[in-house]
Design a protein. Structure first.
Length: 151
């Protein structure tokens, strides 16, 4: 193999190792990972509460505010998963089942939530559509809570 090709392979391998270890490098302590993911879930919960209040008629429907909350939920719903690093099931974590032992199920629940939050963004511009999608998105959250969250 020519030396330029070897250098390219070495650079590629180094980049792959660095990218694979990114999540671990971001959280120097397990409690940092727990805080990160719980913060994301808190934001999602807050904005889901706003949408649920509109859907139930407890708050006036405001299409712009609904869209803003839905977009935030969709973006933030993609964040917590990198913080489920091995060893972060302690230090204040509220896990009742091991997501690493059931990685396929855990990933499917993440994908379900991503799909539902994407639909939530689309539905946020219409109150009737929002009502239905708030329920579907909440059910996706609940499915993961039922399996993996204590409390």
């Amino acid at each position: 193999m020519p030396s330029k090709a070897r250098i390219a392979v070495a650079i590629g391998c180094t980049a792959a190792v660095l990218l694979a270890n990114t999540a671990f490098a971001q959280f120097r302590k397990n409690e940092d990972a727990v805080d990160y993911r719980q913060s994301a879930f808190t934001l999602m919960s807050n904005h889901m509460g706003r949408l649920a209040a509109m859907a139930k008629g407890e708050q006036p429907y405001d299409a712009e505010a609904a869209k803003q909350s839905a977009r935030l939920i969709h973006v933030v719903s993609q964040l917590p998963w990198e913080a489920f690093v091995p060893g972060s099931d302690k230090d204040g974590a509220r896990l009742k089942d091991d997501p690493w032992a059931k990685a396929d199920e855990f990933r499917k629940l993440q994908e379900r939530l991503a799909g539902e939050t994407d639909k939530l963004v689309e539905a946020s511009g219409d109150l009737d559509a929002l009502r239905k999608q708030v329920g579907a998105t909440g059910a996706a959250c609940k499915a993961c809570h039922d399996q993996f969250r204590k409390i």
